[in-house]
Design a protein around this ligand. Sequence first.
Ligand SMILES: O=C(O)CCC(=O)C(=O)O
Ligand SMILES: [Fe+2]
Length: 354
Amino acid sequence: MPSAGDAPPILDFSAFYSGDAAAKQKLVDDVRNCCLHNGFFQITGHPVPLELQQRIMDWNKKFFDLSLEQKMEVSKDTTNSWNRGYELLKSQILEEGTLPELKEGFYIGAEIPKTHPYFVHKKLNSGPNMWPSAAALPDVAGFRATAMDYYHRVVDLAADILRVLALTLDLPERWFDDFVQGAVATMRLLHYPSQPADSPAKLTRGIGAHTDFGTITLLLQDRVAGLQVYEHATGEWLDVTPTPGAFVVNLGNLMMRWSNDRYVSNLHRVINVSGEERYSIPVFFSGNPDFVVECLPNCRKEGEEAKYPPITVEQAVLGGYADSYGRAEKFKKDAAAKAAQAAEVPAATEVTVA
Ligand SMILES: O=C(O)CCC(=O)C(=O)O
Ligand SMILES: [Fe+2]
């Protein structure tokens, strides 16, 4: 069971598939504790093969090894309006007051043809992927096949995790099935160059402190550390040391809202001071864009009001940025108040990322 000061525990997810009722119940109880504590846990024993994880990570490196010109041919900003393709180094600042982030990204989602209703109706980040040209990457077909196989298996795993989450709330295992049907999810390949020795330590981030605004995120880390999770009780940033084969799972803002804030969407960040290149792959699971999210059962006491009105998944995810400003203000005020009491408070600002 996690307690203040622990990095996210590693849970054996095979208990979900095993038919051993006691082991499954223990998994559900452990996941519930993590959701209540900081919304972060790690899983091994899941059905995504290690070999496939390694293969997508190899493609991650090969993609970012392309020249800037080749990567810009699939630029997210200039080739499409549905959030697919390459994002330049230093494009984002998620933590106010810090420097542009030392990361570059490549966004991939479900392969949605232009005839698909989701594309026609401009649904949340839906459309065809942007793949490098065969001139840039001769085996682009291999990249595409690996990426899509990996993407679909991780999305399937997300659906299984949602079944466990249903059980943690004493709901039927298939409670989230309609929400999962037709779900939108985005994966991004990430590359964090090692931070130069002369960069100002307090201002340099691979990714600044933020919360994710989807439902759940499943993250694969390569072998280089750098991810940290904020521990509210102690004000520490805890390292999430990479474990081969493990996924880091965290709840996003939509799940926090859905659970009436019973479950936590927590601050995290990446700082790469390893001297090595860092690679990671988060998959952000949003859900069916038209699904209406309103306070889950068992998330408020008798007579207690729901804190939030109903909202569609699409509205919630798109509105995430706007909402996060309010939270950032609150976080800063809280941090300032704490600073008045204690000598040291991390200068973190909460911002949200898709
Ligand atoms: O790269 C990582 O380890 C974390 C990435 C992350 O938090 C995000 O993309 O939202
Ligand atoms: Fe994140």
